[in-house]
Design a protein around this ligand. Sequence first.
Ligand code: PEP
Ligand code: MG
Length: 854
Amino acid sequence: MLRCERNAAVQNNPDTTLVTPDAPIHNVTHGGRAKCLQRLARLDLPVPTTVALSFDAVQRIAKGHLPDIDAILEQFPQDALLCARPSSQDPDWGGPSAILNIGMNDARHEALRDTLGTDAAAAVFTRFVQSYAIHVDRLDPDMFDTITGEGSAALADVLDAYQHEAETPFPITRAEQLAGVLKSMARAWDGTSARLLRQAKGAPVDAGLGLVIQQMAFGVGQGECGSGVLQLVSSKTGMPQITGRYLRQSQGRDALRSGADSVFISRDDRGPSLEDSVPDCFAQLVAHATLMRERLRAEMQVEFTIENGQLHILDGVRVSRSSRAAVRIAVQLARDGIIPRQEALMRVEPNALNELLHRQVDRHAKRDLLGSGIAASPGAATGRLVFSANEAQASAARNEDCILVRRETSPEDIRGMHAAKAVITERGGITSHAAVIGRGIGLPCVVGVGDMRFQTQLGQLQTKDGRIIKAGDIVTVDGTNGSILLGAPETLEAALDDAFQDLMDWADAERDIDIRANADTPADAQTARNFAAQGIGLCRTEHMFFEDGRLTVMREMIFAETSDDRRAVLDRLLPMQRADFIQLFNIMQGKPVCIRLFDPPLHEFLPTDRDGQRDLADALNLPLSDVTRRIESMMEYNPMLGLRGVRLGVTVPEIYEMQARAIFEATIEASRDGDPVVPEIMIPLVSAKREVELVRTNVDAVAAAVATERGAEFTYRLGVMVETPRAALRAGDIAQHCSFLSFGTNDLTQMTYGLSRDDAGRFMSDYVRKEVFVEDPFHTLDIDGVGELLKLGSERGRATRPEVTLSICGEHGGNPESIKFCREAGFDYVSCSPFRVPVARLAAAQLAIAGRIT
Ligand code: PEP
Ligand code: MG
């Protein structure tokens, strides 16, 4: 009778339940491991008897209320040894260490001596006492350091040491031991460091812990005994490949210990394998793993034990995987009809695609860290250090890979950046020049490297620990996590394979917001096309003026005294700009191209050093003093808030007129052989409606003139970049004069916070650490502040012009959380760096799928 009640206390009891096919076990109440074991039981796999403890039960244990231990023990044979393992809701959240061989005592030791032999039996007991002392009683692991012997002598010493330190003999009954284990595991989960660790991995504050208590399948003993793991795919690539290890006479995950004498799982030229030595078990294992893949709908690593030739499946855990393996695994499961495509899309973290799009430092490679900063553009590259753009170009000419080091980059460095394999800057933040250009061209970049001294004059960097790294030394930049490493650690190539392509196609079929790319050059536009961007959302035209042969003309234009002189010089730039735009239109093949008129302050184009100024004086045939005086007179205290953007368009209208003409002439040209091109022209840094009226009048006049001269018809769309707070507030007025509003969240963030985007990197990490800002607002859209301006602006714009196209084109555009915000606010598209386009496509698809589920 008592036994029946006891059984009732375990079987189908939601808190302490025997794992059977229909027991009330759920991920959210008992954790992933318990649920997985139940699924294995349903598949009729040889899983040892297991009891699962719910989150509630474990919580009560932590508060001192144990479940009915005897009732639990009655589920197992009287002399069986047990193990206890954690079962958190998400296996990534971790949990306390597993404890094996619960129930070891003198009697069991005695019995094991007959089957295992004296030394092996003593070793099992010794290991249990040590693990109990360390994990359950939390005694100092050093207490066993002086015990050097083996076998029975070592066991006696270990038991003595335990008694001495714990001031009590080692518990002998299975019930006592199990109670101790359960209490310690429950409390460990509540400890501060465990809590912080799992929260860092995304666990909620109140994440629960379940426990499973399982009968030990003994991997040590007579006949074929051992333990190991097997999986059907490579963790690195996700491609089919049976991998794992097996270790004779071992328990738990011993086979994976480095230095263990384990053998390969499948036949291998490099050494013996389980497939060769125990073919039956190997075949069963493969069959079980295949079944698990199909029915658990995931690639699983199977943890198994062989006991006297008999196979037991102890556990199944999701195969650990690199990002590229995650994509391949999800796509292959969908291709095989095991999961729907939507689920495959939901299983890949959008930002993880970055790892596929760029070469990466191998996760397992040895890293000699020299310094770190803001991870401004992902990917890894190795090369010799150079300290100027010219040296970078010289290296490229010699076919030598180089890493460009600058205090900060300016437009003059662009050619050097193109020549380098990666860029490091001392200053700057996530939207500084180096970062924006780096992301645009897929160049790994670390900015704001505050923990190294940049001695650029000496051509060297000094690390925190005093090491000097000189020009010519080989370093590796890891732009994915913001580190600078000495030498050339192993890297993994980018992997834009068929699995990636399929995933992207499936994403496009789901998403409901458009994705464009920010692209300034034909090469950027080609990358954007390759990643299936639906158009160009921002072409920053000023970058085109730094090309060979154009900078000097640009400088002549800046030095022109009269409007006519200026026009004359601009006439020389016109064909170059026209050619740029024709190329962009042709590459984009009818997809929209949004061209932003000239934005930066003019003096960014002028030389800053004496040599450059002398060259300019020579080129312009002016006295050096005239040149320096002119440059000085153009300097501004706050150039980012000075004469730039539309303010130049209003005060020096010839530049915008030339650009408008180049755009319209290119439109006519590019429309000749294909569908008519409808260019989009965007005015930067607007803060007042009148600015738009003035520019619109001029641009309309140029359009009319070009149409008459060429006898051609075309249309165009004029839009405004909303990047000053006032433009957002007055979006209602402004929208009446334009067809689209594109939010430039880089400047909008800068101006909303009153925080320089080029200098914020210096203290941003302090600000985030002290929780002044939750995140760097130049990196993660500040939904509360800047987001409110976006909402206000879009609502006011739509109120006066319901058909106005709304978009975002700041660096935030490719982030999943900004896409969520823009989608909810009814934006038409987001535009981001070309290499972010795939991330944005996947994030948008996930949002659409999630929206349909809820
Ligand atoms: C912006 O300000 O958000 C923007 C996209 O323009 P830029 O970064 O060129 O200032
Ligand atoms: Mg801007």
